[in-house]
Design a protein around this ligand. Structure first.
Ligand code: SF4
Length: 317
């Protein structure tokens, strides 16, 4: 891994992704711009939830950066995910089309799915190969408890949006269900989520659990027996309860500090992963120096240590 002197404002990685292999992340949304404020969000709390779509950045600038990074690396997937909810960008469809025109690499969008009841949002996603929407609740009350959506979002409309999207979308839909202890992991919760999830008819269902520091520190993964039960109920579902493995791409970073701060501000970085970056830059011991100087902080979740920037920047899903 050789560091290159390039700037990465809108892209990060490729990073190892549990769902998409080596994924080049593209962020087209300002930090923590979202319709929701999920209890498990790795970016922290959403200060101001929004359902207003608009263009956030000059799109040629974003595309230039993707082109520059794609010359240097070959990810398994280009993933629009970013610092919030990507469907809030009115440029999303244009970015997807441009990527499809330029590269054979599959293009994915990770979304909370809350705006899919709008026809223009469904249309904007048509060029994607894979869309990964969330469905964490089987009823309106649980939706409020776990996703804390913008007050104008109606749970039944959100579910209808997912069903409608499935009718038209030619690509793959991988529905993600995040399970949180005591909020949506009871037998009745699981059964009601399953009923709705099967109604959506996704190509695949992934059951996820929080494995990184969440917005609400009281958030915990379900007990193992609940997870086993969920797996049985959802039958063919994949369970995402392990950390991703694999190397982070450091193209775009000139120093270890830039790489760790840049990656950890957007993607959860475990201590062991940060140590591997240290080796890649040939700077043994510098990670500890960055922590003791206050440039980085250490955050623990479960039995895992994470490195986070000390500027208060969080990490994304
Ligand atoms: S987890 Fe995703 S949908 Fe939920 S608040 Fe965070 S960015 Fe928004």
């Amino acid at each position: 891994m050789t560091p290159h002197p390039t700037n990465t404002r809108f892209t990060y990685g490729p990073v190892p992704s549990r769902r998409l292999g080596r994924s080049l992340g593209v962020s087209i949304i300002p930090r923590k711009t979202c319709t929701n404020s999920c209890v498990y969000c790795q970016l922290g709390h959403t200060r101001k939830r929004s359902v207003s779509r608009r263009s956030f950045f000059p799109r040629e600038e974003v595309l230039d950066e993707i082109q520059r990074i794609m010359k240097e690396t070959s990810p398994d997937c280009i993933t629009f995910v970013g610092d919030g909810e990507p469907t809030l960008s009115t440029d999303l469809g244009w970015y997807l089309e441009q990527c499809k025109r330029r590269w054979p690499t599959p293009v994915a969008v990770i979304t909370n799915g809350c705006l899919l009841h709008r026809a223009e949002v469904r249309t904007s996603l048509r060029a994607a190969d894979i869309v990964l929407p969330s469905l964490d609740a089987g009823d309106a009350e649980t939706f409020q408890a776990i996703n804390r959506p913008h007050p104008t979002l109606d749970f039944h409309e959100v579910v209808e949006g997912l069903i409608e999207f499935r009718r038209d979308f030619p690509g793959a839909i991988r529905l993600e269900v995040m399970l949180v202890r005591g909020i949506n992991d009871s037998e009745s919760n699981l059964r009601s989520i399953r009923k709705l999830a099967w109604g959506v008819k996704p190509d695949r269902i992934d059951i996820a659990v929080p494995i990184r520091p969440p917005a609400d520190r009281s958030v915990l993964p379900p007990d193992p027996d609940k997870l086993i039960r969920a797996h049985r109920l959802f039958r063919s579902a994949e369970t995402l309860d392990r950390a991703e493995d694999g190397a982070f791409e450091i193209a775009g970073f000139t120093t270890l500090a830039d790489a760790i701060i840049g990656l950890s501000s957007r993607h959860p970085l475990r201590w062991d992963q940060a140590k591997k970056l240290e080796v890649a830059f040939g700077k043994p011991g510098q990670l500890e120096s960055l922590v003791s100087s206050g440039a980085l902080s250490v955050s623990e979740y479960g039995e895992t240590r994470f490195v986070v920037p000390s500027t208060g920047k969080g990490i994304e899903s």
